[in-house]
Design a binder for this molecule. Sequence first.
Ligand SMILES: Nc1ncnc2c1ncn2[C@@H]1O[C@H](COP(=O)(O)OP(=O)(O)OP(=O)(O)O)[C@@H](O)[C@H]1O
Length: 223
Amino acid sequence: MGELSKLARYRVTETLLEARDLACERDLRLLFAQLNFAVQPGELLQVLGPNGSGKTSLLRILAGLMPAAGGQVLLNGRAIETQRSELARQLLWLGHAPGIKGLLSAEENLGWLTALHEGASREQIWQALAAVGLRGFEDVPCHTLSAGQQRRVGLARLHLPGPKLWILDEPFTALDVQAVAALEQHLQQHCAHGGAVILTTHHPLALPADSYRRLDLTQGAAC
Ligand SMILES: Nc1ncnc2c1ncn2[C@@H]1O[C@H](COP(=O)(O)OP(=O)(O)OP(=O)(O)O)[C@@H](O)[C@H]1O
């Protein structure tokens, strides 16, 4: 069965994340207001908008990394503020920087990053690194890797046990054409298996138009 038909057959039973009347202000400028949307298992939501429209700010609010100027974020039905100590178990956040420590090896980085979630064995970490094309680079200090390889180390987290909900800020940055295609396929598979993804990217997704939703911050509604 194709990933799309699996996605279509996936029965929606719960809301992973809900934004209610969300507003964001930066430097006294209102970026968006009255933003309402929900994300359920099986869904991929692309946040769209021109530079400076507030995409990263929105993702940071959804990940609990900054407060909203108004409104509320619910994670699994509960206000995000009440779940501070559990956030790393509720969602996986990848910011627009690779989010790794240069002095540590790829394996060491993934070791401590996955400890935030469920933990992972050495074998799982090596398999995840192989899945992102980093076989042979497991024990090399990350500062010696190329920009695209460093991005891949961070993305290897998406091949390890962890939360269902992924919030990804510009995950395709610095990736080559094959890695972009592999990541798109992996995101689709994650959704087909009951996960959910909220991402922002200026890169046009090469996925069927009906397999994901878009939230245009200049329009203020998800479709
Ligand atoms: N730390 C900050 N302090 C003050 N203002 C900020 C901060 N970070 C971002 N801003 C402002 O908030 C606005 C939105 O920024 P944000 O990074 O959310 O936009 P974006 O849509 O992700 O942009 P891009 O497409 O360029 O990545 C910008 O005008 C920016 O100057």
